[in-house]
Write a protein that binds this ligand. Sequence first.
Ligand code: ZN
Length: 430
Amino acid sequence: MPKTFMPEVTDVPGLRELQLRGLQWTVAHAYRGSEAYRKKMDDAGVRPEDIRSLEDLTRLPFTTADDLREGYPFPLLCVPFEKVTRIHASSGTTGKRKVLCYTRKDVDDWTHFFARCYEMAQLTPEDRVQIAVGYGVWTAGISFQMACEAYGAMAVPAGPGNLDMQCEFLVDFQSTVICCTASMGLLLAEEVNRRGLRDKIRLKKMIFGSERSGDAMRRRIQELLGLEHLFDIPGMTELYGPGTGLDCVYHTGIHYWADYYILEIIDPETLDPLPEGETGEMVVTTLRKEAVPLIRYRTRDLSRLVPGDCPCGSVLPRHDRILGRSDDMIIFRAVNIYPGQIDHVLSGIPGLGSEYQVHLERRSDGRDTMRVKVERDPAGDAAGDRELIVEVMNAFKTKILVSPEVELVDYGSLPRSERKSKRVFDDREP
Ligand code: ZN
């Protein structure tokens, strides 16, 4: 019997029982280990012994990015320093960076559940995994690698960027899997085709990290490289890092590791939990994390829980792709727009390429305007522009409830980046 990294529980009651035990342990551990957590719980009038069922979760106060920043450099630490074996940090777009500590067991747990990603993606020890993400304090290429080795596949620790080298490795080492950002995946796919390397490589699967990616972009990468599967790997530094879930080969949503953390979806305005299927902010509570456990941590990421069962039969529940950050929400003429919605609308229109930009400007009369620049499909012809523009405008009007100006540009004319591409440009006066 081969080793499995899947949860030891196989049914929902078993999973809930395991979650309750994890929650009770976490709350008691945080209360005992961290003055900041103890104060938050005392202020909220809740003590560890009050957590008797999973429903009691909502009695606990939220934790936010501010809590992490206030305790800089080692916030919410719940173990003595001699137990800490590693740190990672997230660069953070606003304010001070967040630093997270890990114990030996935290790193082992992370490695174990990350190896589950490779199992979910149906890799075998024959697979060769080119890890084209960053290594260092900000990012966690090391987690891709440690899990790959624990799983028993072959790691090619390539690091990010450097398309020349990536292409060379794909050919020379015959990598079957590559882990990278979606932007990097697109660049690489185009480069492999430009160099005519398609028949010389054996790439079958791509695992995308840390970036939203539209359907059109994914289709394009899949076609250009002839991939069997593209997988979405979520991850944030606060919650270990990458590898906290993966979609299975049915691609019906991202299975998340509910035996390691509880995911709630809340309304970011009212803070009330939302029912399955509704989009809101992801809030996570860890069940086994020692150094810095998270209790109802507001991630600012937007997604939804996917209702029903997956055909794969896994007990692990699913969330949708990340639709954006609640902080990235654009308010345009009183309409709330998430960048993920724009991806989604443009992806549904044949004849468009995968790259786009949204420019927001304020006219001298005080009216806000939205201009959408989008690439034509590589095979597209400018003769069809007029109809395509009308189609894009109508789609925005019916699905997002705004009326932008639309401009089509040649395929390949918008900038691509090896890291996250900037797509929304808000030039309105504050
Ligand atoms: Zn599944």
